[in-house]
Design a protein around this ligand. Structure first.
Ligand code: CAA
Ligand code: FAD
Length: 380
């Protein structure tokens, strides 16, 4: 076992760290307050290769491994989880899905632009009546010969109002259950495709979340990804990688809160000494450091599994389950260490606490991760 990062890994981590400190940190509070999508910052992240981290260079990507991706996600999320979820969806759900399962024509037309950040992507699985229960798709895609006609509603879609390309999951044959589901590439502006109002959220407020409506949207047959009936497997396989990205996001949120709390605890005085010298605060920091380190090992293991072409369905579920719990528990503790200052925006930890919550909900709730993990143990 080698736990060391390579020189390349350290370089990319440091580049992401510098970018987060110099570009994401200024303005992060205002973007959160105003629910402002960071358009200019997305362009800058694209220039650094962060929008297509793992995509092969021949398709415009950076050709890096999943460990590099996790390092980038952690560094961005330490400062701004709204920016990192844009990166996460574009990379692990949209670019990965197209590169792994798309045709050469689909890759040339869409992946090349998504990987360079010219396009932003969205992944549309959830519906008002199909969240955790993702096989209960109500959106339909009817085969009309040379095209499909899509009707239905998707909700909670990240990048929903901003994206250029949407991967849309829909039921094509209800009698076949999960094997009668397909996934389609829908372009912004296609007739009958409408974007609903932006959600007003607790956290990741700088990310762009919308309900989408599809009314007789005509999608050419060549926009279906994979063989007929591959859509649900596509979603599950893609989400396994996505969960590594969200686990890394949770890790970054926790690490960001820990670093702020450590610095504060070493400065703030109470009862004649800095509060880090009170054992109960020192022990909080010890718990944070230990559990964040454990989460990092799990996130890296899942990334390594993917890079080694090993199965990562369970390691990604475990990493997301654990890292998101660590993020939630320890951002609350960070606020506590800051006392009253923790409750106001300028100290950043309240935002990290609000942002932590989503990591236990999206890309499969914690309960769903436990279903994936327990089924693998029990083989049911
Ligand atoms: N790879 C390939 N195929 C898979 C698979 C995988 N990882 N997991 C399941 N399948 C297959 C199964 O083998 C099964 O096929 P067979 O009938 O041939 O065996 C079929 O898919 C149906 O699987 P299940 O019977 O296991 O389906 P289920 O109804 O019990 O649901 C579930 C399983 C794991 C709960 C799944 O529905 C799930 O993951 N739900 C959560 C949905 C989710 O994560 N949504 C995230 C939306 S995207 C998002 O959130 C992005 C964002 O915020 C930024
Ligand atoms: P439900 O499925 O209704 O779950 C409600 C509660 O019941 C949860 O606690 C859940 O864990 C529990 N539960 C459900 N079933 C079981 C069970 N079998 N056993 C035990 N407990 C269970 N989706 C996309 O497709 N694309 C996106 O880009 C996207 N981005 C999102 C961004 C945000 C900010 C949010 C809030 C959501 C996003 N989602 C996205 C949707 C997200 O994936 C779903 O919210 C999530 O999968 C849960 O679905 P639900 O909200 O319908 O909750």
């Amino acid at each position: 076992m080698d736990f060391n990062l390579t020189e390349e890994h350290i370089m990319i981590r440091d580049a992401a760290r510098d970018f987060a400190q110099n570009e994401l940190l200024p303005g992060v509070i205002e973007r959160d307050e105003q629910q402002h999508f960071p358009e200019a910052l997305v362009k800058k992240m694209a220039a650094l290769g962060f929008m297509g981290v793992m995509v092969a260079p021949e398709y415009g990507g950076s050709g890096m491994d999943t460990v590099s991706y996790v390092l980038i996600m952690e560094e961005l999320s330490k400062v701004d989880a709204s920016a990192s979820v844009i990166v996460s969806v574009n990379n692990s759900l949209v670019c990965y899905g197209l590169e792994a399962f798309g045709t050469e024509a689909q890759k040339q037309k869409y992946l090349t632009k998504l990987a360079t950040g010219e396009f932003v992507g969205a992944f549309c699985l959830s519906e008002p009546e199909a969240g955790s229960d993702a096989t209960s798709q109500k959106t339909t895609a009817i085969d009309k010969g040379d095209h499909y006609l899509i009707n239905g509603t998707k909700n909670w879609i990240t990048n929903g109002g901003r994206a250029d390309v949407y991967l849309v999951v829909a039921q094509t044959d209800r009698d076949k259950g999960s094997h009668g589901i397909n996934v389609f590439i829908v372009e912004k502006g296609m007739e009958g495709f409408h974007v609903g109002p932006k959600e007003n959220k607790l956290g990741i407020r700088g990310s762009d979340t919308h309900t989408l409506q599809f009314n007789d949207v005509k999608v050419p047959k060549e926009n279906r990804i994979g063989e007929d009936g591959f859509g649900f497997s596509f979603a599950m396989k893609t989400l396994s990688g996505g969960r590594i990205g969200i686990a890394a996001q949770a890790l970054g949120i926790a690490q960001g809160a820990y670093e702020l709390a450590l610095e504060y605890a070493n400065q703030r005085k109470a009862f004649g000494k800095v509060i880090s010298q009170h054992q109960i605060i020192a022990f909080k920091l010890a718990d944070m450091y230990t559990e964040i380190s454990a989460a990092r090992h799990m996130v890296m293991k899942a990334a390594w599994d993917k890079d080694q072409n090993l199965n990562y369905d369970v390691s990604s579920a475990m990493a997301k389950l654990y890292a998101s719990k660590v993020a939630m528990v320890h951002t609350v503790e960070a606020v506590q260490i800051f006392g009253g200052n923790g409750f106001v925006k300028e100290y950043h930890v309240e935002r990290l606490m609000r942002d932590a919550k989503i990591t236990q909900i999206y890309e499969g709730t914690s309960e769903i991760q436990k279903i994936v993990i327990s089924r693998s143990i029990l083989k049911v």
